[in-house]
Write a protein that binds this ligand. Sequence first.
Ligand code: FUL
Length: 530
Amino acid sequence: MRCEYQPSSKSIRSRVSPSRSLWALMVFALALATTAGGCAGLAEPDWPSDPPPDIAPTAVVPSPEQIAYQQMELIGFVHFTVNTFTDREWGFGDESPGIFQPEALDADQWATVAAEVGMKELILTAKHHDGFALWPSRYTEHSVKSSPWRDGRGDVVAEFTEAARRHGVKVGLYLSPWDRNHAAYGSPEYIDYYRDQLGELLTDYGEITEVWFDGANGGDGYYGGANEERRIDREAYYDWPATWGLVKSLQPRVLIFSDAGPDIRWTGNEQGFAGETNWSTIDAEGVVVGAADSAYLNRGDPAGAQWVVPLCNTSIRPGWFYHAEEDDQVKSPQELIDVYYRSVGRNCVFLLNVPPDERGLFHDNDIAVLREFRRILDETFAVNLAAGKPVMIAGDPAAATGSHRGQHPYFAPSNIVDGDPQTYWATDDGVISASLQVDLGAPMRFDRILLQEPIRFGQRIAAFAIEAHVDDTWQEVARATTIGYKRLLRIDPVTADRVRIIIEDSVSTPALSGFGLFEASASEGRDLPS
Ligand code: FUL
């Protein structure tokens, strides 16, 4: 029998992703093994039997569905309707259903491409502002059932939802609140109609992950032939709380997007850029859908009372709908990479629109760009130079007391580079600044930095800097504010053998679950702004 069994605390932690109870079980099992094996007298493990408690959650934390949504990182938008055939961005509402004839519509192609390039969800415009319903709604004739496509028996929403699910892609639906076709738009009767349509979409098409409520509202339109201007009271007309309540009653796990959430919020522009500072919390009560303060939505609010996941949306082309004359204006892969850093890299989910053409297919130019975009991302983030490297509390060891929660391995600094998003490093309560040092072992070149907070406990870090040890000198290479689910920083390439993360300010006990150093793919282009 061998009695020198003394696993290091790190070796236990690196093999499993321990929950607190699992941790206790491991310690108990180790004690049993030691005693039963007759090895009493061996040195006791030098860690306490039970870790101190997890960090206390902040006042506002995300729901499990919101965390899962944030983890999707990249999702797709599919803008498709009569506009695709009229070459317009906003249909007036008088379009004949007869023009809707996508000869080769293949939702499987959309879902195949989405899955291939890493889009975890697709959102279809079931009805845009023109009012044309892409499903055979019982409440209007202005739909696919009046179109020659599939002899009036087609249902784009059904084909879309089935294809997405076949490819493991989640399903979201956009139903425009503004309807320029409907005669009753502007009156209470239209609200009943709108909710009836929501009811169909949320009852007849299986599990829907997201419903998208656009803020564009009111103006001129066909309105059943009235051809006039109609304005609505943005604060009162839709009675959003009641509409959202209906949505949740039909699909309890669904997430609702609007300027004001309640689950996912707009970040205030259609370029897909989140603020350099981006909190996941806002005071949603003060946000009027369709008339929001876009700067507020762009940066969030650390004192906000609701957790509302920031969503960054943009289109792969200048327009949201397909226009042949934009075939040579598809964003380049490098432009999309830039949006990725300004969205996913700033605590946002990136919603990228890819509009099918008149055939009902994604255009080859768009597909080629998407594939290259994915290839560059995969190449850049393939190797984390910090993975598994030693991490310690930086600076004077005496001053570092409290910077490693309870000095317990459950909160070890090395958790940030163990590749496990569940494990995390944290300080003792009351300590809001700290420095960690990652020892790379040898000089390594990098120009991309990744940080992640364990957001199940809330968002905390408000200011931090990164220093690199280059030729025996420490130099600051990056400085930023918030982190949240994910922060990516672009810096000029440096070659360093050690790196410091200096947390300067935090609204509560700081914690990190992930850290990475990468060298950007040569295809990414290094002259982009940070
Ligand atoms: C806007 C709409 O007016 C555009 O047509 C598009 O749907 C975009 C996503 O939202 O508010």
